[in-house]
Design a binder for this molecule. Structure first.
Ligand code: HEM
Length: 396
């Protein structure tokens, strides 16, 4: 500890109890010295104001990603998230080409087909678990082909990745084992593609890329592929299931969306703010000391940028704990900010819109099952574990 002003807590984003309602502790800290500190996970600081979090994301010279963005630190560096500019910029330029708004829009018919297919599988039953039968498989089915993973390997990979996202702290051996298996699998895919016919996916982009006059190694390709998979799957599914939960409890908001009173694009930004699927990302202080949210952090300190705290700062969003679908939430911090701002955000927005519109269009009278108590996963990602619903059965 620095001995400076700070609000002491035992917060950890990996603690399942905090994951149920992290916003309470953020509000408590914000109401005292808004720089929080916790001895958990080896010790870290966390700003709780919107401006404090935004500064950590924006000032990479002071708050570096080069020591890793996960807490506790990951075994392997992920690219480009664990890099600072200018090296980061070089990688980002390669990937930006692939994740444009135009590419996401052009993929809409395929994404729509997947939403229709999944809903058809349970429409006649009149009940479903939206998380495990819709939003999670939807993300795997939409994203893995874009990355370049063959469809036959989807169940294996989705299962391993989901397990890894949520068990990093609870079963380290199991985590390292799966890590090794995924590394072998993804480096193998890179190797195979080098001598296979070209396709239009991220894998091909990585195989073809000339980086400082040389091709990427299979391992470098893997460092990008694994991040994209981790980054995409759970987070987008979480935004969808959180939005479906809100719409299940607030039928008046469904009506406002269906009538066009509230544009989808407006509501989706509010769903992203309110759900904050990625709650926390780490940075490491590189300067001797700097002031942050009324306290002081020093060289080598870990700082957790809490997207969730920024999104619930009442100085930025009035009545922040209410999901108000007509508000202008475009400045939310759910996709981060600065150099690392989420590269998949255009894809995420298209997928969320297609999913929500299709549900409301086809089984719009759904009800959340009586007695349902939301249960959220813990880690950098926070997501509903299940969302049981019933509705009038429709022909598939
Ligand atoms: C609602 C859904 C999503 C949320 C909330 C989300 C959130 C984030 C956040 C907060 C970051 C910043 C990381 C940092 O500052 O260290 C990020 C980066 C990233 N995201 Fe997303 N993401 C989502 C969807 C996606 C999708 C669909 C993809 C890919 C198809 C993706 C791929 C990535 C990648 C590759 C990065 C690293 C960018 C960089 O370091 O420059 N994300 N995401």
């Amino acid at each position: 500890m620095t001995g400076s002003k700070v609000t002491e807590t035992n917060y950890s984003h990996h603690d399942p109890e905090f994951a149920q309602d992290p916003y309470q502790v953020f509000a408590e800290v914000r109401g005292k010295c808004p720089l929080g500190h916790s001895e958990q996970l080896g010790g870290f600081y966390f700003p709780t104001t919107y401006d404090g979090v935004k500064r950590v994301f924006s000032e990479y010279q002071t708050f570096s990603s080069a020591e890793g963005a996960g807490l506790p630190p990951q075994v392997v560096k992920f690219f480009p998230v664990d890099l600072d500019p200018p090296v980061h910029t070089r990688w980002r330029r390669v990937l930006n080409r692939f994740f444009t708004q135009e590419a996401a829009e052009a993929d809409r018919p395929r994404i729509q087909g997947i939403a229709d297919h999944l809903i058809s599988a349970f429409a006649a039953r009149g009940s479903a678990d939206f998380v495990n039968e819709l939003t999670r498989p939807f993300l795997a089915m939409t994203t893995l082909p874009v990355v370049g993973v063959p469809d036959k390997d989807r169940p294996m990979l989705s299962e391993k990745l989901l397990w890894m996202v949520h068990n990093r702290l609870f079963d380290f051996e199991g985590w390292v084992k799966r890590y090794g298996e995924i590394e072998a699998y993804l480096t193998g895919l890179m190797g195979e593609r080098r001598s296979a016919p070209a396709r239009n996916d991220l894998l091909q982009c990585l195989v073809d890329e000339e980086f400082d006059g040389r091709r990427l190694t299979d391992f470098e390709g893997y460092q990008v592929l694994i991040l994209t998979l981790f980054g995409a799957l759970d987070s987008t599914s979480s935004a969808m299931s959180g939005a479906l939960y809100h719409l299940g409890v607030h039928p008046q908001d469904r009506a406002r969306l269906l009538s066009g009173e509230v544009p989808w694009s407006v509501a989706i930004e509010e769903f992203l703010r309110f759900t904050t699927p990625i709650q926390a990302l780490r940075r490491t202080v590189t300067v001797e000391e700097t002031e942050l949210d009324g306290g002081v952090v020093k060289k080598g300190d870990f700082v957790l940028a809490l997207n969730g705290a920024a999104n619930r700062d009442p100085a930025k969003f009035s009545d922040p704990d209410q999901c108000i679908i007509s508000r202008d939430a475009r400045e939310h911090m759910s996709f981060g900010s600065g150099a690392h701002v989420c590269i998949g955000r255009h894809y995420a927005r298209v997928m969320i819109e297609v999913c929500l519109k299709t549900v409301l269009g086809r089984i719009g009278d759904y009800k959340i099952t009586d007695g349902f108590v939301p249960d959220y996963t813990s880690s950098e990602a926070r997501a509903l574990k299940t969302l049981p619903v019933s509705f009038t059965p429709r022909p598939a």
